[in-house]
Write a protein that binds this ligand. Structure first.
Ligand SMILES: NC(=O)c1ccc[n+]([C@@H]2O[C@H](COP(=O)([O-])OP(=O)(O)OC[C@H]3O[C@@H](n4cnc5c(N)ncnc54)[C@H](O)[C@@H]3O)[C@@H](O)[C@H]2O)c1
Ligand SMILES: [Zn+2]
Length: 350
């Protein structure tokens, strides 16, 4: 897989550094959030503003978008055109997909504007559209030529978003272990500045995993789903922001790892007593692990619809042995539901 060039910048980049003929696809909230972005975006002669979110990724809406984009680009050359995508993960998935098919593929620059996109979705080359209610059913592997991580653009997010970004940062630092986790574990406060400080290392850790399995063939890339199985269930059921749901899912995965003796009790205590673990959310403490039959039935449906399921009733669950060492094990949907009940009971028994 082609390697993307990563650039960490303070301000927004100069247009001449982006390519010859440029089309900017951007989240239409950005000019409202940042005067600097507004001024910068006005320099593009070709631009296409979109409303972020899952509807943007809907395959039903796609023909309307692509018709307008083709029209906008009618006088551009496929060889010289670069699509610059500025936005969060949904705009990135959409814009990346457009770049991969427009004129049979044009150059692509990602400029993530959310922590989730900066830490995770802009890297690794996956693009996606949704079909019906089902997420990410079609897409391409199309790594960006360049990914520009602009401090100014990321800092245009409200400070509260830093906590959402933390879920993915924590995930990747548990996957990577080593000095990334060692240092992060000592943080007492999670702010945008802290996320920015760890961004380069978090991204590097994701590339380490992706480079071993760029197109998800060997299965290694699957470890990036740590915290995501139950995280996705809670995200859908309680309509939580993705990063918050993943944070809960990580706590569940940790406890499940101890229960199956994949992680030792000592290791678990070391992690839970780390200063940064004050920011780890517990679905038990917040009463999200419901064991009422009607709720479990919905959880079961959500687990089954998760695309990570292998055979009909089996999931490949990512456990943690210790930071730096994940273990993937097939478990049944019923086993996950039983673990939800067990954790709940454990908590009730104090
Ligand atoms: N391709 C991948 O590998 C991959 C990985 C993980 C997630 N994803 C996808 O990413 C999407 C979620 O990512 P997201 O949360 O970044 O989504 P998003 O693009 O929907 O952005 C979330 C919200 O933040 C707003 N926003 C964006 N930048 C802002 C800024 N600077 N200031 C204020 N508001 C801003 C958006 O308008 C939107 O309302 C999902 O569609 C998911 O499927 C893709
Ligand atoms: Zn995620």
């Amino acid at each position: 897989m082609k390697k993307s060039t990563l650039l960490f910048t303070t301000a927004l980049p100069s247009l001449t550094d982006l390519g010859e003929e440029l089309l900017l696809i951007y989240d239409e909230v950005l000019p409202r959030k940042s005067a600097a972005f507004k001024k910068w975006s006005q320099k593009f002669s070709l631009k296409y503003g979109v409303k972020a979110g899952e509807t943007l990724k809907s395959v039903d809406q796609f023909p309307q978008h692509i018709r307008k984009i083709v029209q906008l680009c009618e006088n551009t050359s496929s060889r010289r055109l670069t699509i610059v995508v500025a936005g969060g993960g949904s705009v990135g998935d959409f814009g990346g997909f457009v770049a991969s098919i427009l004129k049979r593929g044009v150059k692509l620059v990602h400029m993530p504007s959310t922590w989730l996109a900066a830490i995770d979705s802009a890297h690794g080359g996956k693009t996606a559209l949704n079909v019906g209610g089902a997420k990410n059913q079609i897409g391409t592997f199309y790594p960006a030529d360049k990914i520009i991580l602009s401090r100014q653009l990321l800092m245009s997010q409200p400070e509260a978003r830093a906590f959402e970004g933390f879920g993915e940062l924590l995930k990747i630092s548990w996957i990577q272990g080593g000095s990334l986790w060692q240092e992060l574990s000592k943080e007492f406060e999670i702010t945008s500045s802290v996320l920015w400080k760890y961004l380069a290392r978090a991204v590097d850790a994701k590339y380490k995993v992706v480079s071993k399995d760029p197109e998800e063939k060997s299965g290694h890339r699957h470890i990036l789903n740590l915290g995501h199985t139950v995280g996705h269930v809670l995200e859908s059921y309680y309509k939580l922001p993705h990063g918050v749901a993943i944070n809960y899912g990580l706590d569940f995965a940790l406890r499940y790892s101890v229960q199956l003796k994949i992680m030792s009790q000592g290791e678990y205590e070391k992690i839970s007593h780390a200063p940064v673990s004050g920011y780890l959310l517990s679905p038990l403490r917040d009463d999200l692990l419901q064991t009422k039959a009607s709720v479990l039935k919905e959880f079961r449906q959500l687990l089954l619809s998760d695309k990570k399921k292998t055979k009909s009733q089996t999931l490949r669950f990512v456990f943690l042995k210790r930071p730096g060492q994940c273990v993937v094990k097939e478990v049944t949907v019923d086993e996950v539901l039983m673990e939800i009940c067990r954790q709940k009971e454990d908590e009730l028994n104090g």
